[in-house]
Design a protein around this ligand. Structure first.
Ligand code: NAD
Length: 293
């Protein structure tokens, strides 16, 4: 059994995988390693497109170490009889905590203050912020991560409204509303949807126009759910007071967001905690053990 871990994996998990087969971690030439590989483990970096899968004649299983499956052509995998699995719950808490961290950092201008201090500035007046207690948090996508963000934000004194058409698991701390109502009422909007035809550019010029003046927006979910050009213009005009982004249409990101002080960015760090990576690693090993039987 040959296992290729294309985008890396936690050390403990790699050690365990070695007892299940021959493991090639972070190969320099992925294409040639995949010619005789049976199992492929990816994060978000490797794009398993139809063309990519046409060069994997022996592949039987792809494990996405993480949640989003948008980097894998599921149809093409199905056609080739390749099973695709992911580790949906393992990074939930890490992403929820990053969301809260990004929200507090954004409303209190913490990243700007830090950069200013390092340049010798003491910008007390300029960096006055906003509190989250008593504010309304609008959550778009109330699944595992969105709900946990809501639960934690509720504990911090926020009012929680959510948009998530059924099917969904109802939570008593979320008031479910339609998207337009959420846009109208939320002081802070946070996205926790996968990238689907129904969520592509769910935050665009029209949606932003319906939101409160000075709304804050977070996208710790997926690039493509926010129209980046529209968000740039809205942050520039002040319609959107500030945005915090961890996911981008093209990663690594390079673009005009770097020009604006009220756009705070992190390089897709949602699941990047020691704990989440360990949980993901354990889950990957479990899936592969089950598959081998
Ligand atoms: P989940 O499947 O539990 O939740 C997604 C929710 O979105 C579901 O409840 C679903 O019903 C809802 N939804 C689907 N279409 C919708 C629409 N059009 N409008 C409103 N809601 C809709 O997934 P999750 O584990 O909570 O993860 C959410 C997303 O977070 C993932 O898809 C992934 O894109 C992202 N994510 C990001 C990171 C990161 O590093 N930044 C890490 C993990 C996950």
């Amino acid at each position: 059994m040959k296992i290729v871990t294309a985008d890396g994996l936690a050390d403990d998990a790699l050690e365990e995988l070695k007892s299940l087969g021959s493991v090639v971690n972070l190969p320099e030439n992925l294409e040639s390693e995949l010619a005789d590989a049976n199992i492929l483990v990816v994060r978000s970096k490797t794009k398993a497109t139809k063309e990519f899968l046409s060069k994997t004649p022996n592949l039987k299983l792809i494990v996405r170490a993480g949640v989003g499956l948008d980097n894998i052509d599921l149809e093409a995998a199905k056609e080739k009889g390749i099973e695709v699995r992911n580790t949906p719950g393992a990074s939930t808490n890490a992403v929820a905590e990053l969301t809260l961290g990004a929200m507090l950092a954004m409303v209190r201008n913490i990243p700007l203050a830090n950069c200013g201090m390092k340049k010798g500035l003491w910008e007390k007046k300029k960096l006055a912020g906003t509190e989250i207690e008593g504010k309304t948090l609008g959550i778009i996508g109330c699944g595992r991560i969105g709900s946990l963000v809501g639960k934690k934000a509720k504990a911090l004194g926020m009012k929680i409204i959510g948009y998530n058409p059924p099917p969904r698991v109802d939570q008593d701390f979320i008031e479910y509303v339609e998207l337009d109502e959420l846009l109208k009422r939320a002081d802070i909007i946070t996205l926790h949807v996968p990238l689907l035809p129904s969520t592509k550019y769910i935050i665009n010029k029209e949606a932003i126009a319906k939101a409160k003046d000075g709304v804050y927006i977070l996208n710790i979910a997926r690039g493509g759910t926010v129209n980046e050009e529209d968000l740039y213009e809205a942050c520039k005009s002040g319609k959107v007071r500030a945005a915090a982004l961890d996911a981008f249409e093209k990663e690594p990101y390079s673009g005009r967001f770097t020009e604006l002080d009220n756009i705070f960015m992190t390089p897709h760090l949602g699941a990047s905690t020691k704990e989440a990576q360990e949980r993901i690693g354990k889950e990957v090993v479990k899936i592969i053990k089950e598959f081998i039987g």
